[in-house]
Design a protein around this ligand. Structure first.
Ligand SMILES: Cc1cc2nc3c(=O)[nH]c(=O)nc-3n(C[C@H](O)[C@H](O)[C@H](O)COP(=O)(O)O)c2cc1C
Length: 386
């Protein structure tokens, strides 16, 4: 196994924290980075808000001084605005890497031709990538996408070729179509097919990595150059320790694809250790937001993920998930049994898992894949997802 090369950046281990809106802010990235190396991408940032210097957006791209490389994911639909946003990042030294998001399946976005609907319009995709790379200076620009809109409208192989032609440094593929949303299982075969079609730049595989063994298996089965891990690390930053150990093991040429062989000892925190991390997570959020109530409210969604599989009474779970202050949260955490061991069998799906029955698209969107269009600014209004 080799380090991941994104232009002039070298990343070891070849492991990426998937950008997740509302999750992968600086506090969560800190918790993950402390466990093991890799590339830890920030929450998605819309290009229009960035170039307009929206105050909230500028706060979202603050990095801890220890964070290297600094990675920003952008989402935009207009080549000119995307180019301006990338230039701003390069000229003002706001990050070391820019990823472009073409995977958002949210109806509000696809209905306007944005997100995962966009790569269907090949010339628009090309124009966005061209402007991004042209304005990036020496910063590596990567892209993240899905397989396509649905099985009858796959776009990833065309998009991969376009990305290579436009000078993109790497491609991450989530092995689902937009209509699948987060349902079913990710199609890792598509990652293998993209790897065959795009030999010039690294291909990163994404979808359904719930354990280090899954990551090793994806790399072995698809030949991908690195893995992107999303929902598997929700409430589980320790997964990055397992991933790093498994990669180290592979670098030395050893290791198989089951848990024991993939990295030796797996990180298995007790409930007491989990509680300490929960407390730290909420405290870091409060420091980051500068607002305790906002932080505690934001932390609520993490409670169920952290406690998944542990034996914790319904009343305490509820109180932890509805705390209104750090003191209240700490009180609840102190009631957890610190000696309770890590539960077996939690390497299972967590987070969103539902499919959709259709993808909402602008009228006539599928008629002409080569039509030259730029969706309106409202395709950038939604800021939540991939
Ligand atoms: C809550 C949530 C927010 C997400 N936000 C983004 C995002 O902002 N940008 C993006 O490219 N993907 C986003 N995604 C998709 C993930 O990056 C990833 O592609 C997807 O979850 C599949 O990987 P997984 O099976 O490892 O979770 C999001 C996913 C979730 C669950």
């Amino acid at each position: 196994m080799e380090s991941l090369k994104l232009g002039s950046l070298e990343v070891w281990p070849p492991v990426v924290l998937a950008p997740m809106a509302g999750i992968t802010n600086a506090p969560f990235r800190t918790l993950c980075r402390e466990q093991g190396g890799g590339l830890f991408v920030c929450e998605m940032i819309t290009t229009r808000a960035l170039v307009e210097r929206n105050a909230k957006t500028l706060k979202m791209i603050r990095f801890d001084p220890s964070e290297k490389p600094r990675s920003i994911q952008l989402y935009g639909v207009d080549p000119v605005t995307v180019g301006r946003a990338v230039r701003m990042i390069a000229e003002e030294d706001l990050a070391d890497h820019v990823d472009l998001n073409f995977g958002c399946p949210v109806p509000k976005v696809t209905r306007r031709g944005g997100g995962s609907a966009l790569p269907y319009k090949r010339n628009l995709l090309r124009a966005i990538l061209r402007e991004a790379v042209r304005n990036a200076g020496t910063l590596p620009v990567t892209m993240k996408m899905r397989k396509g809109i649905d099985d009858d409208h796959l776009t990833y192989l065309d998009a991969g070729r376009i990305a290579v032609e436009e000078g993109v440094s790497a491609i991450a593929l989530h092995g689902r179509t937009a209509v699948q949303h987060y349902g079913g299982t990710a199609d890792w075969q598509s990652i293998a097919r993209l790897k065959e079609a795009v030999s010039e730049i690294p291909v990163l595989g994404n979808g359904d990595i719930w354990s280090a063994a899954d990551a090793m298996r994806m790399m072995a089965e698809t030949g991908c150059d690195g893995v992107v891990v999303g929902r598997g690390c929700l409430g589980r930053p320790w997964l990055f320790a397992d991933l790093a150990a498994a990669c180290e093991n592979r670098r030395d040429g050893a290791g198989g694809t089951d848990d024991r062989e993939s990295g030796g000892e797996l990180a298995r925190p007790t409930l007491g250790q989990v509680a300490a991390t929960m407390e730290r997570h909420a405290t870091l959020l409060a420091e980051c937001f500068g607002n305790e109530q906002h932080a505690v409210a934001d932390f609520r969604k993490h409670v169920g993920w952290y406690l998944k599989g542990f034996t914790v009474g319904a009343d305490l779970r509820r109180r932890l998930a509805t705390s209104e202050s750090l003191a209240g949260l700490r009180q609840g955490l102190a009631e957890l049994d610190p000696a309770q061991p890590w539960p077996e069998g939690v390497d299972a799906p967590r987070g969103k898992t539902h499919p959709r029955d259709r993808v909402h698209l602008p009228a006539g969107w599928l008629d002409d894949p080569y039509e030259v269009v730029v969706p309106g600014a409202d395709a950038e209004l939604e800021t939540s997802g991939g």
